[in-house]
Design a protein around this ligand. Structure first.
Ligand SMILES: O=C(O)c1ccccc1NCC(=O)[C@H](O)[C@H](O)COP(=O)(O)O
Length: 214
């Protein structure tokens, strides 16, 4: 089964090149200043400018206001907006209507109730992304923590919109995660890094090769 891959948190040309050359379907850029993967809109614009049109360029935002999204889009031509905060279904619908771009809403998963919480978003988001719930530390990031969740929570579930799996994926657990959840799209960040914010092009290439071999 072909599995589309999003490489998230790209912040250097060599990482972008490895993602594009390896056939990533989505390139993710983090517009959340607290993140070690943060890029400015101008930096993202420069990274995107060197790429082919094929991979979808994804902008990751955490509870953004309209001004931040507008300022980002003015410099970085994004094809998908990833909302990784506590955005309500109403806010997702509003962002989608205001910017005329598809929206992917992230759901933080730890318990069955978290999976059920995705349902209201299936009528307003173009895509869902299931990620691990972040650790309960005051300084924890909302995502990009390299933590998997219990994939059995998604097993056998059908969704009215496309979705991606993320959270602690690596070249070693990718096949098991896809087998258990039935995901046809996955998102990885920490698993292709040497340290938070430091992408390793060889690890990006290896992950994409493993996805092609599924
Ligand atoms: O990457 C970040 O620093 C980040 C900051 C704030 C919100 C989300 C963030 N990342 C999200 C992702 O990279 C992925 O969508 C997902 O969480 C997978 O990350 P990982 O477990 O590191 O592979």
């Amino acid at each position: 089964m072909p599995v589309a891959v999003k490489i998230c948190g790209l912040n250097r040309p060599d990482g972008v090149a490895a993602a594009v050359d390896g056939g990533a379907a989505y390139l993710g850029f983090v517009f959340y200043p607290r993140s070690p993967r943060y890029v400015t809109p101008a930096e993202a614009g420069r990274l995107i400018a060197g790429t082919s049109a094929t991979p979808v360029k994804v902008g990751l935002f955490v509870d953004p206001d309209d001004a931040l999204i507008a300022a980002t889009l003015a410099e970085a031509p994004l094809g998908l907006l990833q909302l990784h905060g506590a955005e309500t279904p109403e806010r997702v619908a509003a962002v989608r209507a205001r910017f005329g771009l598809p929206v992917m809403k992230v759901l933080a998963i730890a318990e069955p109730e978290d999976v059920a919480g995705a349902l209201p978003y299936t009528t307003v988001a173009d895509r869902l992304l299931f990620d691990a719930k972040p650790p309960r530390r005051a300084d924890a990031l909302p995502g990009g923590n390299g933590l998997p969740f219990d994939w059995r929570l998604l097993a056998g579930r059908q969704w009215a919109v496309p979705w991606m799996l993320s959270g602690g994926l690596t070249v070693d657990n990718l096949a098991a995660a896809v087998r258990m959840t039935g995901a046809d799209a996955v998102d990885v960040s920490s698993g292709v890094e040497d340290a938070p914010g430091v992408k390793n092009p060889a690890r990006i290439a290896a992950f994409l090769a493993a996805a092609r071999a599924l």
